[in-house]
Design a protein around this ligand. Structure first.
Ligand code: 4AD
Ligand code: MG
Length: 464
């Protein structure tokens, strides 16, 4: 009977030695001498490689010529205690089959220490590096933890549309979705493009947020969340922005701003805790390789209460700050990332939740405070990241919502269904959006958001 394939992770943890095993994976390195060759094999199941030992008697050099960095192998051999240091077990090879060669003259991942910028240009191969293997495993663990958390807390997962007919939320510039021929679109009598002829009979776009549809679901299912791709066409070439990212948006009937903050804090702490638990080896690698403070920072976030204060209080602090800012701070203007990071990294030295922002710099749907100037908004600010979550209590009064929409030039006819939620059985409710890549950025300690998503989309880049 042929032996079934084991993963590298299973073999490295195995207590059952002196048995025949089969492992398949990609060669990271091959080294050795004329008596014995050592092959480091990785199959993605863990950051660690398994060492395959090939005796020269059995495997003369000409049979190993294709066993080069990047090649794919199937190895049958004896799992034994390792003689050398660095690993507990290794495989004494009996049979080595090269499933796929990789010409050393051409394979780009020859040596360690390629720059992250270079690796971005070979996004089809970078998952084979230790760094991206670790990042992708952490990303998976976090996505899984998101669903786990909500499922454990009685939330329902709702799928909100990717193609949207309303461009009213104002969360960002949108990508248009159309099947009209760009060179000669149908025109109306006055010469403008006739979108009635378009696929959906109207202008459509890629969604900038699933929130408005999540509110629909919350007004029936109570506690819901979305977790899906989100698109923003703003031309921001920063280390914190993507044109295509994933957003997690819980929405909860009967929650107020206080409940919303409690949920956001508990949720974030639980995600970081899960990552530390499930990805210990990967995070240790990232800590050692890129950011010696990473693990401390993650534990610190779990162990400490987030600092909560209002926008107005934050402005007071920033105005008397010793630090010189590039952008001035004035009540009524939006905080820049330098201000947010000052509050988090210098002043409070812990995550911060800012609330009650001026209404003019926030979205139309946020609940107006009694002062008539501020809204029940909240932004969660994280060290090294700035804003990781944006959310609010929602305006549940039909009349007040109408007034806000009029003031902010949001067309009622586009959001008639959203208004009807306030007309039929309205309820206080609140929710927020967590940028998934910003979370992965924080947890992995990577510096650029383009390095925490497999295929980043940003201005002038949609390769792969
Ligand atoms: O603050 P934002 O724009 O909030 C909303 O879209 C609300 N509808 C959320 C809600 O209340 N349901 O975006 C939420 C989060 C930000 O805090 C940030 O983490 C992330 O989404 N984000 C981005 N991440 C990567 N690239 C971009 N271009 C992002 N824009 C926002
Ligand atoms: Mg925001």
């Amino acid at each position: 009977m042929s032996v079934r394939r084991s993963s590298v992770q299973q073999l490295l943890q195995s207590q059952e030695l002196e048995r025949e095993v089969v492992v398949k994976g990609w060669v990271r390195t091959r080294r050795g001498n004329k008596y014995v060759q050592f092959i480091a094999l990785n199959d993605g199941s863990t950051i660690h490689n398994i060492q395959v030992v090939a005796d020269a008697e059995k495997f003369p050099e000409e049979t190993l010529k294709d066993v080069a960095t990047g090649a794919c192998l199937s190895v049958r051999g004896q799992l034994v205690a390792s003689q050398g240091k660095g690993q507990a077990v290794e495989i004494q090879a009996i049979e080595i089959e090269v499933l796929g060669t990789a010409d050393p003259e051409e394979y780009p991942l020859q040596k360690k220490g390629h720059s992250l910028e270079f690796l971005r240009e070979i996004a089809h191969l970078r998952p084979r590096t230790n760094t991206f293997g670790a990042v992708l495993r952490v990303r998976h663990a976090l996505a899984f933890a998101v669903h786990q958390y909500f499922n454990d807390h009685g939330f329902y997962y709702v799928h909100t549309p990717v193609i949207t007919g309303s461009d009213a939320e104002g969360a960002g510039q949108m990508f248009r979705v159309t099947t009209l021929p760009p060179e000669h679109p149908p025109r109306t009598a006055d010469g403008s493009v006739d979108y009635k002829e378009d696929f959906f009979g109207k202008q459509t776009n890629l969604t900038v947020s699933g929130q408005l549809e999540a509110e629909v679901a919350a007004m029936a299912l109570g506690k819901v969340y979305t977790f899906g791709p989100t698109f923003r066409a703003e031309n921001s070439n920063t280390a914190r922005h993507l044109a295509e990212f994933w957003m997690i948006e819980p929405e909860v009937a009967f929650n107020d701003l206080q409940d919303n903050m409690d949920l956001a804090e508990d949720f974030l702490k639980s995600l970081v805790r899960q990552a530390l638990e499930k990805c210990a080896d990967d995070l240790q690698f990232l800590n050692d390789q890129y950011d010696k403070e990473l693990l401390n920072r993650l534990r610190f976030v779990i162990d400490n209460d987030f600092q909560r204060l209002t926008y107005t209080e934050a402005v007071e602090i920033l105005k008397v700050a010793k630090q010189k800012f590039e952008f001035p701070v004035d009540w009524g203007t939006d905080l820049q990332s330098e201000h947010e990071r000052y509050l988090v990294e210098k002043h409070f030295k812990k995550p911060v939740i800012l609330t009650d922002y001026p209404k003019d710099i926030k979205a139309f749907y946020m609940k107006l405070n009694d002062d008539d100037h501020t809204v029940r908004a909240m932004d969660v600010l994280f060290p090294g990241i700035g804003e990781i979550i944006g959310g609010s209590q929602r305006e549940e009064s039909l009349e007040k919502l109408r007034t806000r929409m009029e003031q902010m030039h949001v067309e009622e006819h586009e959001l008639w269904w959203y208004l009807e939620l306030r007309k039929f059985g309205t309820a206080p409710h609140a929710g927020f959006g967590l940028g998934f890549e910003r979370l992965v950025l924080f947890v992995t300690g990577m510096a650029n958001i383009r390095d925490v998503i497999p295929f980043p989309r940003f201005p002038k880049n949609a390769e792969f």
